[in-house]
Design a protein around this ligand. Structure first.
Ligand SMILES: Nc1ncnc2c1ncn2[C@@H]1O[C@H](COP(=O)(O)OP(=O)(O)OP(=O)(O)O)[C@@H](O)[C@H]1O
Length: 248
């Protein structure tokens, strides 16, 4: 059964239909990329999936349940988490402290009234695991405000992981990164793959084609094709509208 499923999801702004009857099926452990030209509706779709934006039409199922009407926090609590969603990085707190706070935040709901010490110990352990997974262990004691740009994006990812998601929505995690930083994030996502289902929106085609199990191509809000990287690469219409000669 699909971990995340959308049925004819649509959103318009005035007369502009930004996402147009998008139906996707993303399986457990799958890394599914969405590519498409600027303004195709990729970020809007992510916002509809995270719950940041209410859809005009269509439905979203997550982990077997209809979450269409649920707000962003409730979807996050169930494990459908957008990475940058955790915006509250405390600059003067260390990397480990930030990750621990994120883990505590995710547990708050369940643990608020009982066993706070147990919650703290678990949160700390989840945070340490997240730093391990994202390669930030050596930077655990550094103040978040002292991190470079790439490391800061890594911390955002670590904070997401500390919240124990089942499904990660990643909107351009490589944006603004150097070639080395992008390569590091690609390697990181390669390691995280399978442990989480991931929806990746990314303009870095090398990263997308290296990482994705399947790719959906969004053009003017419509999914015109879904397939393996190989199928997408060889699809005439996709090449014509988007890839051109970029990918060989
Ligand atoms: N709040 C809004 N109000 C009106 N129009 C919007 C709003 N948000 C997005 N749009 C429009 O919707 C279209 C899709 O935007 P979106 O950001 O989802 O595209 P995208 O595929 O993520 O683009 P990019 O690759 O450039 O990030 C664009 O034409 C954009 O101008």
């Amino acid at each position: 059964m699909a971990m995340l499923r959308t049925e004819a999801l649509s959103k318009h702004y005035g007369a502009l239909l930004v996402t147009d009857a998008v139906s996707l099926d993303i399986n457990q452990g799958e890394l599914h990329a969405i590519i498409g030209p600027n303004g195709a509706g990729k970020t809007t779709l992510i916002n509809q999936l995270s719950g940041e934006l209410a859809s005009d039409r269509g439905r979203v199922w997550f982990d077997g349940q209809d979450v269409t009407a649920l707000p962003i926090q409730e979807r996050a609590r169930r494990g459908l988490l957008r990475s940058y969603q955790i915006t509250s990085i405390f600059e003067e707190f260390s990397v480990l402290e930030n990750a621990t706070l994120s883990a505590l935040g995710a547990r708050e709901h369940a643990m608020r009234f009982w066993q706070p010490m147990l919650a703290n110990a678990r949160a700390r352990r989840d945070a340490e695991e997240a730093l391990e997974a994202t390669g930030l262990v050596q930077r655990a004691d550094v103040a978040a405000g002292d991190l470079g740009y790439g490391e800061r994006r890594q911390l955002e990812l670590a904070m997401s992981l500390a919240a124990k998601p089942k499904f990660l929505l990643l909107d351009e995690p490589m944006a603004g990164m150097s070639v080395q930083e992008s390569a590091a994030v690609t390697a990181l996502l390669q390691r995280l793959k399978r442990r989480y289902a991931i929806l990746l929106v990314e303009h870095d085609m090398d990263a997308v084609f290296a990482l994705a199990d399947r790719i959906s191509v969004l053009v003017y809000g419509k999914v015109i094709f879904t397939g393996t990287p190989e199928e997408v690469r060889n699809h005439p219409e996709v090449r014509a509208v988007y890839l051109g000669d970029e990918v060989h």
